[in-house]
Every structure is written in C-alpha cells, then in structure tokens.
Ligand binder design. Structure first.
Ligand SMILES: Cc1cc2nc3c(=O)[nH]c(=O)nc-3n(C[C@H](O)[C@H](O)[C@H](O)COP(=O)(O)OP(=O)(O)OC[C@H]3O[C@@H](n4cnc5c(N)ncnc54)[C@H](O)[C@@H]3O)c2cc1C
Length: 380
C-alpha cells in the first residue's frame, strides 16, 4: 500500500474514530429525513477535519489534498451523505485558495475554512450540464456592479450556503466560446436570489441539492473572482483538484460496502455452512477487496502528485472515474452477497448501493472523465 506518514496515519485514525463515533447512529435518520446536520459540521470543524488544504493564515491546516482525501475516505466509509454534506460546506475553497485576492480570502475563504460559513459552486444549468461552456446565466456590468440573471440546477448547498462561486457569462461577444465566462462570488442574502431544495434524491439525501433563480441579483464588481473571461478555465482548474475528493468518496464508500459484505457472509449460513466458507464467495470477496485496494492506491498517488504541484488532470480524472466505478461495482456485489436482505434498508448495504451512484455523475460524469483522458492521451 501507498506509504502514509505517521502524521497521515494519525489523521486517518482520528477521522475514522470521529465518523464511527458520530455518523453511524444518525446516518439512517438523516437520510430518511433528508436533513443536513449542523452539529456534525461544527464538530468536524472543531476537530480540524475541514478545508485542511487551506493555508493556516486563512483558517485551514496548511496540509494537502492527500490528507483531505484520507479524511473524505474515512467519512464516506461510514456514510457518504454525511461525508458529502460536511465537505460540501467548503466546496470551492480550492479555487478561492488559488485565485482570490487577499481581501476576498479574508472575507470569504477564512470563515469557511474555520467552519463559520458555508459555500458552494454553481456551474450546472438546465441546459448546461456536461457542456459547461453552454452556461447562459448572464452577469452584466452596470456601473460598479454586476447584475446577474439566470437559472442553476443541482447546486449543492443552494439553500444553505452563505455565498456561492457562480459561473456566469460576462463576455458574450468573445470569439472564443471558452473566454465568455467569469466566476463571481454571490452572497445568497442578496435581493433576487431564490433557491429551492430538490427533494427525494436517490443518493446522499442528507446533503442539500437545489435549484436557483437569479432575478437581477446585484453584486459589486469586487466580487469578481480572478479575471473576466477566464471563468471557464478556473472551473476546469478547480475540477482538476475537486475530483480527488469525489474519488476519495468512492474509495470510502467501496471500503464500507466491502466491510458490510464480509460481516454478512461470516454470519449467514446456507447449505449447512457459513457463506464465508464457500470458495465462490471467497473469490467474490477477493475480487472486490482488490478493486478497493487498487482504487485507494490510485487515489493516494494522484493526491500526493497534486500536493507536489504536479497537477495531472488526466491522472486525477482517472482517479475520479475509477474510484467512482469501483464504489458502484463493490456496492452492487456487496448487496448481491446479502441476497434478499440486501434490499432492506435496515441492512445498511442498500444505503451504500444508492449513495454510490451519484459518484459516477457529479463533478464530471464517468463518460466525460473518459473523454478527457482519451483526448489527452491521443493529443486531441
Ligand atoms: C447530488 C448532486 C450534486 C451536484 N452538485 C453540484 C454543484 O454543487 N454544482 C454544480 O454546478 N453542479 C452540481 N451537480 C451537477 C452535476 O455536476 C451534473 O449533474 C453533471 O455534470 C452532469 O450533467 P447533467 O446532469 O446535465 O447530465 P448531461 O450532461 O445531460 O448528461 C447525461 C448523460 O449524457 C452523457 N453525455 C453528455 N455529454 C456527452 C458527450 N459529449 N459524450 C458522451 N456522453 C455524454 C453523460 O455522461 C450522461 O451520462 C450535482 C449533481 C448532483 C446529482
């Protein structure tokens, strides 16, 4: 296995203890009620589990993406919904750390990294999902303000965030399609901001997802993040890093489902023997355990490389796609090993099975990840 330092092993152990101690008991209820848990978010912040890759002077821990991956893995091993709901409160700090001004970092990054505010990133629109460059939300400069109008969908924390990084069209006249966009910070208490929660999701039900309408929302031009016309590229840079988080969720979900399967086959008897004594069952466990280990190695390698400043978008896309697919595959096999009991929510494996699916969809579908990898390798 990838060799973690003693400090990283300590973080892994502490994250596991926190998740085991605090998530297990409430996971099913939060899922049923589709409820974000403020206490768990605050507690995670207090224990130093959020935004660890943010510099210390802005409220983070000054650690790396590998440490963040380890924490996300351990949280998702117990419950992906809770893991995602906590990590999503600082979804976007990767980009703020990269391009925000000093003033923006103090105002927006620091409270989020300290667990005093929540944020999100609003890219997706009804007609712009995988095709990010089709975003239609417009930000028109009027005096020293941007006036924003448009719609977003599937935005995590749309109804909870204090502010969002919003991808808007600011330069429709630009000849190059990808140079028409900018990233703008929008506080959610501004007049004209309306958000509705999307209910009854299949996966990560305790993590809020919503749709947003911007009705002439006015923000000062100083809320522009980076330079005008570079928003599309900033979002790609952001995804190059945030994909590691999704990959970590995949490894954790797969590990959790594997453990459920191991536990069940050791207890369940058929034909007079424990399922665990049947060679076919042993083979199945061997296959899924190997997939989990391979996914973990890829995740740690990609995270460590990113921490060295070698941002390999191809490798990070491989990690995201592979770890998500492993989560779906392992959760499926784990449920199969439970037979009919696997379909009962009380045998938590059904929960892993439902949750895993979202990993192949958000932050770039698996098809888009593969296109990205293929194009890079083929020089297209
Ligand atoms: C729970 C959840 C949380 C989310 N959180 C956020 C968030 O915080 N912020 C945000 O901006 N977005 C968020 N999203 C949106 C997510 O990123 C999009 O759902 C995703 O990018 C896919 O877009 P789409 O749903 O419009 O699907 P589409 O783009 O319509 O894709 C449909 C299918 O077609 C395939 N496809 C599309 N184009 C191609 C192509 N060129 N070649 C081959 N296949 C293709 C896709 O792979 C997919 O299988 C979230 C989504 C979910 C479900």
């Amino acid at each position: 296995m990838f060799d973690l330092t003693p400090e990283q092993k300590d973080i892994k152990k502490a994250a596991r203890e926190f998740a085991e101690g605090e998530f297990r008991e409430v996971a099913r209820t939060l899922d049923e009620k589709e409820e974000f848990n403020e206490y768990l978010w605050k507690k995670a912040a207090e224990l130093g589990f959020i935004a660890v890759f943010v510099e210390e002077k802005y409220g983070g821990q000054g650690l790396g993406y590998l440490e963040h991956s380890i924490i996300c893995e351990e949280f998702a091993r117990v419950d992906l919904g809770i893991a995602h709901s906590i990590a999503s409160t600082f979804f976007g700090t990767q980009l703020l750390s990269l391009i925000a001004t000093e003033e923006q970092k103090k105002k927006f990054l620091t409270p989020v990294a300290k667990g005093e505010a929540k944020m999100g990133v609003a890219i997706t629109e009804p007609d712009a999902g995988s095709d990010v460059a089709s975003v239609k939300t417009v930000a028109k400069k009027v005096g020293d303000e941007y006036v924003i109008s448009g719609n977003k969908i599937f935005i995590t924390n749309a109804t909870r965030a204090d502010f969002l990084i919003v991808l808007c069209m600011t330069n429709p006249e630009s000849i190059k399609k990808h140079e028409r966009f900018s990233t703008i910070i929008v506080e959610t208490n501004r007049p004209g901001y309306e958000a509705n929660k999307l209910k009854n999701k299949l996966s990560i039900r305790c993590s809020d997802t919503g749709e947003i309408t911007f009705k002439d929302v006015r923000v000062p031009v100083k809320n522009l993040l980076g330079e005008e016309g570079k928003g599309f590229y900033y979002i790609m840079e952001f995804l190059n890093r945030s994909r590691l988080e999704a990959a970590a969720f995949g490894v954790g979900t797969a590990q959790g489902a594997l453990e459920k399967a191991v536990d069940h086959v050791k207890k369940r008897k058929q034909f007079g023997v424990y399922l665990a004594d049947l060679p076919v069952i042993q083979t199945k466990i061997a296959e899924i355990a190997t997939l989990v280990e391979a996914a973990r190695s890829l995740l740690y390698f990609a995270s460590a490389k990113t921490d060295k400043g070698e941002i390999d978008h191809c490798l990070n896309a491989m990690a995201k796609w592979f770890c998500a697919e492993v989560a779906v595959k392992v959760a499926d096999e784990a449920l199969q090993l439970h037979g009919g009991y696997g379909l009962l929510e009380e045998y938590d494996v059904a929960h892993y099975y439902r949750d895993a699916k979202v990993l192949e969809i958000f932050e770039g579908t698996k098809e888009i990840e593969k296109i990205l990898i293929g194009r890079t390798l083929l020089g297209r």
